[in-house]
Design a protein around this ligand. Structure first.
Ligand SMILES: [Cu+2]
Length: 408
């Protein structure tokens, strides 16, 4: 059921992006978040059926006693690993590619500069999605697969470092000489750059065939995975949640508490998972309740870190709920962003988002052109990327409307 939900969602996004873009929204004007979702959708549609079929085979084996994976019935358990990782490595990209997309929006908006290397970032997402199907064997270096297979999987794994590196360098280049505005979403974006880079670098270590034999099934892998999935995906998700909160709920959140929580999450996360990298390198295996005396200090440090991390996350939950009930009403475009959704005058967009189909006349990061659109009102967006006054930007007719026949 969840597999079909995932597949249909992917098809829905692919079709929507191909067929339902607003007039003037060319492929080169798609926000990078949409490019991220597009790449994700490809993975969802192609990878999810594999885990679905694996589940069906498992059911057949259990009910009809046909030997597929169970050696007692003449099956092959390593075949199950192949099927599992053929889905589950791409599944990691289902989680990280939207995060990459969010990050591009945050970095561009809060450094108020045109994203550096738009095409490179967009196409690197698609490249990661494609390459992601060719590396599943790096989870199976110790499964007894042939050495030549392992060497090939290791090599292709390194290739994924190229599009990932392209993204990181382009984001940093976008920050360079940008007019950086350190609001909560940007704190998460900067956290992401640091944490995801550690996730990437530790991935290089476990991609080395010889080193992986030592690190396999240790806390090192647990930590590496969390630096990618939590330091990457969840941190970007939190940044995106704060960024779009005013558009989703129509309310503002408390900026001071937001920054404190972002700090707690960053410190707590590192305190929780960095000791686990060291533990793993020293040989602490994963999935064990007990451990040797000499691992105690780092385990305790990690535990304390998890409390700090938890405090940060509960603080977010607290002020998010408070904002829903008592939050200040959000201005139309609190961050001075240049993408289409912020031109919507509705506090909370209705089901079809726009009452009239908008006509897109510029790129998603053309802040200088967006200034013209948004300028002149109460809260003019200055060149420093900050709103003056209360940041009210109410210019309903500033976005040109498409001709009536195209709205159908
Ligand atoms: Cu993998």
């Amino acid at each position: 059921m969840t597999g079909f939900a995932s597949i249909f969602t992917g098809i829905n996004f692919i079709v929507t992006i191909h067929k339902m873009r607003a007039p003037g929204m060319t492929w080169n004007r798609l926000p990078l978040f949409v490019w991220g979702l597009y790449a994700t959708s490809i993975v969802q549609v192609l990878a999810t059926p594999v885990i679905g079929i694996t589940m069906v085979l498992l059911i057949l084996e259990q009910t009809l006693q046909i030997g597929i994976f169970d050696p007692a019935l003449g099956g092959d358990p390593v075949l199950f690993q192949h099927f599992f990782w053929f889905y589950s490595h791409p599944a990691v990209y289902i989680m990280i590619l939207p995060a990459f997309g969010i990050l591009s929006e945050l970095i561009a908006t809060f450094s108020r500069s045109r994203i550096f290397g738009y095409r490179a970032i967009a196409l690197s997402s698609v490249a990661i999605a494609m390459l992601g199907f060719l590396v599943w064997g790096h989870h199976m270096f110790v499964s007894g697969q042939s050495v030549i297979s392992s060497i090939i999987f290791s090599l292709i794994t390194y290739l994924i470092g190229i599009p990932s590196g392209i993204k990181i360098f382009n984001w940093v280049a976008t920050l360079y000489k940008g007019s950086i505005w350190l609001q909560t979403p940007m704190l998460y974006a900067l956290s992401f750059l640091f944490l995801f880079s550690i996730g990437g670098f530790t991935g290089i270590m476990v991609g080395v065939l010889s080193v992986d034999v030592h690190l396999h099934d240790t806390y090192y892998v647990v930590s590496h995975f969390h630096y990618v999935m939590m330091g990457g995906s969840v941190i970007a998700l939190l940044g995106g949640m704060h960024y779009w909160w005013p558009k989703i709920t129509g309310k503002m959140y408390n900026e001071t508490l937001g920054k404190i929580a972002a700090g707690l999450v960053f410190i707590g996360f590192n305190l929780t998972f960095f000791p686990q990298l060291v533990l793993g390198a020293k040989g602490m295996p994963r999935r064990y309740a007990n451990y040797l005396e000499r691992y105690a200090d780092l385990h305790q440090l990690s535990t304390v870190g998890s409390w700090v991390l938890g405090a940060g996350l509960f603080l977010i939950l607290g002020y998010a709920l408070w904002s829903l009930a008592y939050g200040e009403e959000a201005p139309q475009n609190p961050w001075g962003a240049a993408t289409l959704e912020w031109t919507n005058v509705a506090a909370i967009p209705s089901h079809h988002n726009f009452t009239r189909t908008p006509l897109v006349t510029r790129g998603p990061y053309d802040f200088h052109l967006a200034d013209e659109v948004f300028g002149g009102g109460d809260g003019e967006i200055g060149g420093d990327g900050k709103l003056d006054g209360k940041g009210e930007v109410q210019v309903p007719d500033a976005v040109p409307s498409a001709p009536a026949e195209e709205t159908a």
